[in-house]
Design a protein around this ligand. Structure first.
Ligand SMILES: [Zn+2]
Ligand SMILES: [Zn+2]
Length: 275
């Protein structure tokens, strides 16, 4: 039995609906999935229903962008209560910041003689958590760029003309936010950050787990992070980080987390709820 605990839908920057994602998951023979849309848990109700229909175990979750010691990192919150008032309030704030960031990126594109309109991006995003991939799609659809790769290379990548720094809450606050919503905080794709030195500080702040298995982790990185997880007594998680068709090929099915790790995650979540 295998799981994929890192998936996005069109409630953030993925392209699949929850129903499409659930059907891909069952076609790939997965037993359990988690939905980890950026700064939202809105897709979880539909995803839970779709998973129930296809006999898949479902874990509600989200992915928050945070910062520690000047480093950006992503924190996954598993088993969060999707009705938790503080979580919903903070997410609404993050979503407003995202929408302002889109307007700022569009203003910078306009300054580059690219007459894109923010409304075109919001129409494509059609969700409360718009992000750079939506700007990229709008650039392609508007005929300003031939491909998403070109959109990122020319305009949207870090330090390119339309790039705007992203607001991040502190990792300590993000972990606290996840915990007070009854969830477990897991550091996403540490291999992409290459900032292992922040892990002890995160553990100190209450980090519960490490995403050891990820599409972009090499097999040596997987082994490396499993060792770190064991050293700090962290739960091991993993997932494909599938965004549907928005970032090239759909990745669902490419990372298969052995189900024993889901069992451990569930045990840790149950223990947390007794605290
Ligand atoms: Zn991420
Ligand atoms: Zn992700």
């Amino acid at each position: 039995m295998f799981a994929d605990l890192h998936l996005h839908t069109n409630f953030s920057d993925g392209t699949y609906t929850p129903e499409e994602l659930a059907s891909h998951a069952s076609r790939h023979g997965l037993s359990a999935v988690a939905l980890t849309d950026h700064d939202t848990v809105e897709g979880c109700v539909r995803m839970a229903a779709a998973c129930a229909q296809t006999g898949l175990e479902f874990i509600p979750a989200t992915e928050l962008t945070a910062e520690m010691d000047g480093n950006e990192l992503h924190l996954l919150g598993y088993f969060v209560d999707t009705q938790n008032p503080s979580l919903l309030k903070e997410m609404a704030r993050f979503q407003a910041v995202r929408q302002n960031r889109i307007r700022e990126m569009v203003a910078r594109l306009n300054g580059q003689n690219v007459p894109l309109q923010a409304d075109a991006v919001f129409a494509i995003a059609n969700c409360r958590s718009p992000g750079r991939p939506h700007v990229g799609r709008a650039l392609v659809q508007g005929g300003f760029c031939a491909s998403m790769d070109e959109a990122f290379e020319r305009f949207l990548k870090k330090n390119r003309p339309a790039w705007v720094p992203k607001f991040k809450i502190s990792a300590v606050d993000a972990i606290e936010l996840i915990h007070q919503a009854g969830g477990l905080a897991v550091m996403a794709h540490p291999g992409l950050n290459r900032t292992d030195e922040i892990i002890p500080g995160l553990v100190e702040a209450g980090l519960d787990g490490l995403e050891c298995f990820h599409t972009r982790h090499s097999s040596s990185q997987i082994g490396h992070y499993i060792r770190i997880a064991k050293e700090f007594d962290l739960v091991i998680t993993g997932g494909s980080d599938c965004h549907g068709l928005s970032k090239g090929k759909p990745l669902i099915g490419t990372v298969r987390l052995p189900y024993q790790h889901v069992e451990k995650l569930k045990e840790a979540a149950a223990q947390r709820s007794f605290k």
